[in-house]
Ligand binder design. Sequence first.
Ligand code: PEP
Ligand code: MG
Length: 579
Amino acid sequence: MPMIINGIGVSRGITQGWVHVLKRGETHISKRTLEPDQIGSEVERLNEALEESRKQLREVRDMVPEKMRQEVTGFLDAHLLMLDDAMLVDMPAETIRAQSCNAEWALEDTLEQLVAVFDSMEDAYLRTRKNDVQHVIRKVQENLSETEEGEAEVQERDLTGRIVVADDLTPADTVLIQHQNVAAFVTQFGSSMSHTAILARSLQIPAVVGLHDAGMLLEDGELVLIDGHGGTILCADDANWLVDQYREYQRAEQEREEKLMALRDKPTITRDKQSVTLKCNIDLIEEIPHVHEVQAEGVGLYRTEFFYLDRPEGASTDEQYEVYRDLVVALDGKPLTIRTLDLGADKEFDPDYEGAIAPNPALGLRAIRRSLQNKPVFMAQLRAILRASAHGPVHVMLPMLTNSSELSQSLALIRDCMEELGSEGAAYDPEIKIGGMIEVPAAAISASVFAHHLDFLSIGTNDLIQYTLAIDRVDDQVHYLFDPLHPAVLFLIHHTIQAGRQAGTPVSMCGEMASNPRLTRLLIGLGLREFSTHPGSLLEIKQIINHVSSEILQKQCQEILACPQPEKIHGMVEALAKA
Ligand code: PEP
Ligand code: MG
């Protein structure tokens, strides 16, 4: 009897393989009381285990393939930094001295205290940092008790073609796994924003996370089929049946891809001759080949918060400039839209930042608000972006604008940076295009103000929905209310597109709605003519656009806009998608 299990697909790819359940050394930590003359050598034992852990992490770091080094090693460096942090070096040593206890127990005590601090923060991103601390402390404990089974298994056994199943994977595990040619991995914990998921995408390993009880549902040695996009895992007693299913999946996927690939060099144009621009959203430079592969017209959203992922101080102007310049060069004449820092709320990477414990971080000091309060950091980024603009077309995009004062302050800072660069004799594009994201209802309602002062607008539907419907986008409990088709959301999208049209300012959309092929007809009917999507969705969206008439869709969308009932709207949009 075949069994289908669903988790969260975080890294695309369909593959089959034999399950390998990764068993870690059980960490039963008990407390031992030491004699006074044993204390010194116990502290010494702790320091040796810390040093051994640093050495192992450095070895793993050296295994990362050169072309992925920049992003991937960041995670490992963060763990190395933690191993040098006073919190992990001094706290347990003090506990050994104060409680006359063994090093394993002192680390457990430290972990307990730190976890309590993270838990009290109740911030989705910080919860992933709590996992980092757990990973690092467990590693030192493993070295103390010399039971590194989890990692030893990865290092010593041949895992080629295996589907690794684990409760959780550290960044170091993920790199080791990739080194062992593992076919895919499945974890019990994690989300699409977790480090493991981000690394899996960078390293191109199909992955499903958040599969509760994964270790119980999947057995060591059984053959399974995994779809890292849909998050599905297929298991069956009959291996032949599974192999047939795999072939069927592969055949369908290949057929679909071939059909879509044939569209690559075709223009994107509706049946009634409305041209549409399709660009990509990217987070990493490794994604540029995909941008070229689907022949996107450029990058419509490059998020820059990744500079802060593992270091609160972020990157210097020079380091940012080099990354932007490499992207511009790699894009070979296609425009790169660089969004300025959108730190805060769901993108809070600095555990010490006081905004993280703000009463309501999503409504707090985030994105452009935070940049305007920290001008040196903002200007360092603007200078890097401007310098990169000397190498090819670059657009600057300001996140989460709410009022015209934020806009005029930002424009003044860009002008100041231009003047500074000019007086230093540094090259930049004085005609650089400056745009803003419409992500707040107030900005959508007053979109004409922004449209008159900017070169382009881009609708960030992820936040626009969050703020319009008053639901925290990372809070599972209210996820059922996250409705992209709520009449108020559709009204604001339509209003923004109209405002842009009246001002002669192009309006794009870079939120997740733009990447959803089921909504493409609706968005064309609402007047959208520029989409910035995941590279994997772009050709499917092009295929739809090339088959529709914008005039007919526009009429159908008038009815949708006039409908006050969300359930009815869902039915109407469903019917549009099937048409
Ligand atoms: C959005 O809010 O729709 C958006 C694209 O920005 P982010 O998801 O990075 O907040
Ligand atoms: Mg946003």
